[in-house]
Write a protein that binds this ligand. Sequence first.
Ligand SMILES: Cc1cc2nc3c(=O)[nH]c(=O)nc-3n(C[C@H](O)[C@H](O)[C@H](O)COP(=O)(O)OP(=O)(O)OC[C@H]3O[C@@H](n4cnc5c(N)ncnc54)[C@H](O)[C@@H]3O)c2cc1C
Length: 242
Amino acid sequence: MNKADVNPPYDIFSVTVKKAILITPFLKRISVDAREVSGLRPDLPGQYLKVFVRDADGFRQPGRAYTVRRFNPGTGELELDFVLHGDEGNISRWASRAEIGDKLEISRPNTRSGISIDPEIRNYFLFADETGLPAVAAIVEALPAAVEARVFIEIANAKEMQPVKGEAAISVRWLCRELGERLVDAAKDLSIPSGSLVWVTAESGQVSAIRTGLKKQKSLGTCAVHASGYWKKGVADHRDPD
Ligand SMILES: Cc1cc2nc3c(=O)[nH]c(=O)nc-3n(C[C@H](O)[C@H](O)[C@H](O)COP(=O)(O)OP(=O)(O)OC[C@H]3O[C@@H](n4cnc5c(N)ncnc54)[C@H](O)[C@@H]3O)c2cc1C
């Protein structure tokens, strides 16, 4: 069988790993030099781009979406947080072994990705599992002091906790799967004020269940809702329809 590189219809940039740190047992932060990559906007938390790795024969494999955890326009340093979910996924396998000096290929951020912080919004309800946590942490860091953010994060166990900080009034509830705590249950019976921003990024089945539950909220029609499945159990390269 003839193999070939995957060639998407947009520019791909080869970047070099500058730092690779395990921030929890299952989350690795990889920093790359992204000075050549345009479109990275620190004022748009939740931006995402495509990450590509090559197979053993050197051929570029189909990319996967990853969130800009942080971008420093002064130094060009781009931080991406990778969930290490095992060797079944090309990217997870690559990330678990990545070291300083390794090469990675990335796209520019998707032009429709990221949210601009609306000064009129006073209440944020943010739900995520480990894959959505980079976006939620970046959003929380970007919020002004005058707003309130209630954050719900589902993780495998307590070892996966990490600081989620910002200037806003933030409350974080960690939900541990090993204790049977689930995002979908935490989202039930919440009272969401009109005009809130609701953000849900997690496994696709859970996002659907949360979306269904939230629809019972009378105030939801007045809220800005971003709900997207970031992966799907048993499905490689899952994308929720836009
Ligand atoms: C907009 C967007 C932003 C995202 N941002 C991030 C991010 O910042 N960090 C991050 O880690 N992920 C993020 N994801 C999720 C990531 O793209 C997927 O997890 C992706 O499938 C991983 O690719 P892979 O090559 O490792 O595995 P794939 O080849 O896609 O999948 C192989 C197998 O692994 C399973 N799998 C995939 N992801 C997980 C997981 N997290 N846990 C358990 N099993 C899994 C699949 O169900 C499949 O059975 C994001 C997704 C989207 C859509």
